[in-house]
Design a protein around this ligand. Structure first.
Ligand SMILES: Cc1ncc(COP(=O)(O)O)c(C=O)c1O
Length: 407
């Protein structure tokens, strides 16, 4: 495909043309060729209210008439201040300060920089390494790649540049052994480790692996014992995806640093946030400042739409909507049977089918398009992470598509 536009994660020599969307409404994509597809993955899991939501549109437009963009260096605006306060109010207790950026990857970079600088501020500059889980995915920028799975992950080509400790992932290994391995690693190296970073409960782009909240709460205790910060990357899990507002809530864990993005604006604009405790924030007093300031951090349009998105989530009884999606997925995927399926798993508004061999998914995307569903299988998994406003009959069509493919 010789086009001016370079598409992500794509072999441009062999890729078929991308489907051109003319417009989108609710959970449906209307293609230029006249087809209509139910979006089963909410545009990489962020369009949680569906497309073209009138209230989000209004919030965006109203803000555009006041101020569309403003540098946060020396200037400020009400939507950024209000959104910071809202995020502090709704995230786990103790996260009191918010640093905005424009994408999940950058928010991860910010988290890593804050962790390194925190230990410097505390007189422990030797604590400068990170520990992360196998199958982790934290983004595509360099720091984020360096704490993602460097062997089996999508960034293994760059692995010679990374040096984070990589430990067992509790989704694929015995839980107690995984915790023991964490403890052993920190026992020997804790003096040089700044933080453990993980995707709580649901590892997303590393294979949609689900693990128990027990790991999260125990891992936090181990980190505390060895003076290591816990960074929870909730870019994918935040805002209801696992059935609680934040995945950390399942375990009653309040991390030292929390990262949110994706669904923060209901998928309208790029915006992410890195939240920290007061201890971390205040350690910067009188020390060199955090040298980070993306041009579009805290963009007023994005902050306004994020405030409206949070309001819709709270007033729209979304946790019940998500519970209904979870039930429907459990029933629908639970009854799927095929020799080719290794496992099905469901958590909140996330339904996953893992096959024994990736060849079992070849052709599934085209098959789903014929059935009127947009999916994007990868490696050995196909999944749905729909908008929370999806109708029961739309989700039924997605499940039926899986069922027909595997039968
Ligand atoms: C857990 C996690 N962290 C970070 C990122 C990177 O976010 P972005 O694509 O907005 O840079 C992603 C994206 O999929 C993610 O799932």
């Amino acid at each position: 495909m010789k086009t001016a536009l370079w598409y992500p994660y794509t072999d441009m020599a062999t890729a078929p043309p991308a489907l051109k969307v003319a417009y989108a409404r609710g959970c449906k994509l209307y293609l230029e060729n006249g087809s209509v597809l139910i979006d089963a993955i909410s545009s990489w899991w962020c369009v949680i209210h569906g497309y073209n939501h009138p209230e989000l549109n209004r919030a965006l437009y109203a803000q555009s008439e006041k101020v569309s963009h403003l540098m946060l260096g020396g200037l400020t605006h009400q939507p950024a201040e209000d959104l910071a306060s809202r995020l502090v109010a709704i995230t786990p207790e103790g996260l009191n300060h918010v640093f905005f950026s424009d994408s999940g990857s950058v928010a991860v970079e910010v988290a890593l920089k804050i962790a390194l600088q925190y230990w410097r501020n505390c007189g422990k500059p030797q604590k400068k390494q990170f520990i992360s889980l196998k199958r982790a995915y934290h983004g595509d920028t360099f720091g984020a790649m360096s704490v993602s799975d460097s062997e089996e992950g999508m960034h293994h080509l760059y692995s010679p540049f990374f040096n984070a400790y990589s430990i067992h992932n509790p989704a694929q290994n015995n839980l107690q052994e995984s915790l023991n391995q964490l403890e052993t690693c920190l026992d020997s190296n804790g003096h040089s480790i700044a933080a453990l970073i993980l995707e709580p409960l649901l590892q997303a782009a590393g294979g949609l692996n689900i693990y128990s909240e027990h790991y999260l709460s125990e891992a936090q205790k181990i980190c505390q014992k060895y003076n290591v910060l816990l960074i929870a990357d909730e870019v994918a899990t935040g805002f209801g995806r696992t059935g609680a507002l934040f995945a950390c809530n399942h375990a009653g864990v309040s991390p030292d640093i929390l990262i949110v993005g994706k669904a923060l604006t209901g998928g309208y604009l790029g915006l992410a946030a890195t939240l920290t405790t007061s201890d971390i924030f205040e350690s910067f007093y009188g020390n060199p400042p955090l040298m980070h300031g993306p041009t579009f951090m805290g963009n007023p349009l994005a902050c306004s739409v994020a405030l409206k998105s949070i309001q819709l989530f709270e007033e729209g009884d979304y946790l019940n909507k998500i519970a209904a999606i979870e039930n429907q997925l459990k029933v629908g995927l639970g009854t799927l049977y095929s020799e080719k399926i290794k496992e099905t798993r469901v958590l909140g508004a996330t339904g996953v089918i893992e096959v024994k061999d990736a060849s079992a998914l070849i052709g599934l995307q085209d098959f789903a398009i014929e059935k009127g569903v947009w999916l994007r299988p990868f490696n050995q998994v196909v999944y749905t992470m729909p908008a929370y406003t999806i109708k029961e009959e739309e989700l039924h069509i997605i499940i039926e598509t899986f069922s027909q493919w595997f039968s």
